[in-house]
Design a protein around this ligand. Structure first.
Ligand SMILES: *[C@@H]1O[C@H](CO)[C@@H](O)[C@H](O)[C@H]1NC(C)=O
Ligand SMILES: *[C@@H]1O[C@H](CO)[C@@H](O)[C@H](O)[C@H]1NC(C)=O
Ligand SMILES: *[C@@H]1O[C@H](CO)[C@@H](O)[C@H](O)[C@H]1NC(C)=O
Ligand SMILES: *[C@@H]1O[C@H](CO)[C@@H](O)[C@H](O)[C@H]1NC(C)=O
Length: 161
């Protein structure tokens, strides 16, 4: 009799373990499916993080409210050494508070030139976040005569990594 009871409880406990196992697996599958739905993955741009543009320049920033702070590392420079030894500069910027906010930031390069970016953060269909930006780079002219050729304009597309 005790043997039968023991066997019963052994079977019950193994059944319970089995149920627990199945429940865990199923719940894992549900969460895996949820996170693999591309449009559900990212609903709002998060500026905070690490970004890289088409040239390999990088942007490491943190947004606190509407303020953006961080470090820019450029892969290119107007003249050799213009961006300094490490080609890095501190970022000061601002960001809106929508789901795809407008963004603006500036840097001052070591040799005195400065750059400003203005654009917007977008969420693509696959959930990737991009910063579509225009930039202007101002080099320092010796005098007013040199002003005409001292501003460059371009476009950048940054991907969040
Ligand atoms: C998860 O997705 C896979 C493949 O799309 C599907 O076979 C499976 O039934 C889904 N699981 C759940 C719990 O929805
Ligand atoms: C944005 O991303 C950072 C770093 O990945 C994270 O710490 C922060 O919680 C995120 N902010 C929001 C609002 O999701
Ligand atoms: C940002 O959010 C605040 C409070 O939620 C709101 O008052 C303000 O109008 C928003 N600003 C923008 C630019 O959306
Ligand atoms: C302006 O700067 C250029 C380049 O250094 C120099 O050649 C030129 O003489 C300067 N012109 C005046 C009016 O100072």
């Amino acid at each position: 009799m005790t043997h039968c009871v023991q066997q019963f409880w052994t079977r019950m406990s193994s059944l319970m373990w089995h149920l627990l196992f199945v429940t865990l697996i199923t719940s894992r599958m549900v969460s895996a499916n949820e996170s693999s739905t591309p449009d559900m993955e990212v609903s709002s741009c998060n500026i905070t993080g690490f970004w890289r543009n088409e040239l390999g320049s990088t942007l490491r920033v943190k947004a606190e409210g509407s303020e953006v702070r961080g470090v820019y590392q450029t892969a290119v420079e107007s003249t050799r050494g213009a961006a300094g030894l490490h080609r890095t500069a501190r970022i000061i910027g601002i960001v809106g508070n929508g789901t795809q906010p407008a963004v603006s930031f500036s840097v001052l390069w070591e040799k005195g030139s400065c750059s400003a970016w203005v654009g917007q953060c977008f969420i693509l269909h696959d959930g990737a976040q991009v910063l579509k930006m225009f930039w202007m780079l101002r080099s320092v002219a010796d005098n007013l005569t040199g002003d005409w050729g001292s501003t460059r304009l371009g476009e950048d597309l940054f991907f969040k990594t």
